[in-house]
Design a protein around this ligand. Sequence first.
Ligand code: 4HQ
Length: 247
Amino acid sequence: MFESFWAHGIIRRALDQNKIATTAINIRDYATDRHQMTDDRPFGGGNGMVMKPEPLAGAIRAAKKNEGAAKTVLLTPQGRTFDQNMARELASGGELILVCGRYEGVDERICHEFIDYEISIGDYVLTGGELAAMVIIEAVTRLIPGALGGEDSAEKDSFSDGLLEHAHYTRPRKFEGRDVPEVLLSGHHRDIESWRTESSVMRTLLKRTDLLRSKKLSDQEIVILKKWYREIGSLLNNYHKMSEENK
Ligand code: 4HQ
């Protein structure tokens, strides 16, 4: 899974330019029994299998031998939910050992002795931690200076200022009866900038109100929200007047 993941795109380029370095360790290589088992039946009974502690301990110790200062992260639905702020923290931090479990999960004693943090990529169930690890590697890598290939577009992207991105348009000017907003063709950079800010603020309000609630608003953003608030207020006023007249 990991070989194909880092053979392409941003990750490939970041690796080629030594912006990041990656190694995949196969936990099975650290199995201690002759059948190379990495899972076993749960004590206490029940369905499913549990990751045996010895192979995990061996694999994590081997990783730590190469990266002494690395922090160990277990991917699990019980972890703190990964977000852009966490990606930023990880991007400015040091080496990480991302532990990917399979089956029902890992033996609890591994969590206590070998794991520094637990991270979840969201409230849904995956079959293994590998995709979660790739999500983290991808989101963190694009924040490493130079990893996107010169442009500073990572910081302008969604979430960088706590808002969703503004709407985007490209050619043709008219597509199936719909026009590109006039201002974007005007060449007035200041007008375009304020249109984009307004687009960001309103998209966030309508699609992700939760993001707006936890954000410290700028003066400009407050002006935009108040303008729409007044507009919606007068819309409702007219509506009430009309329904009064129709009584
Ligand atoms: N897992 N975010 C690995 C996840 C998960 C998630 C379930 C982790 C299965 C074995 N990991 N175990 N969500 O669903 O990180």
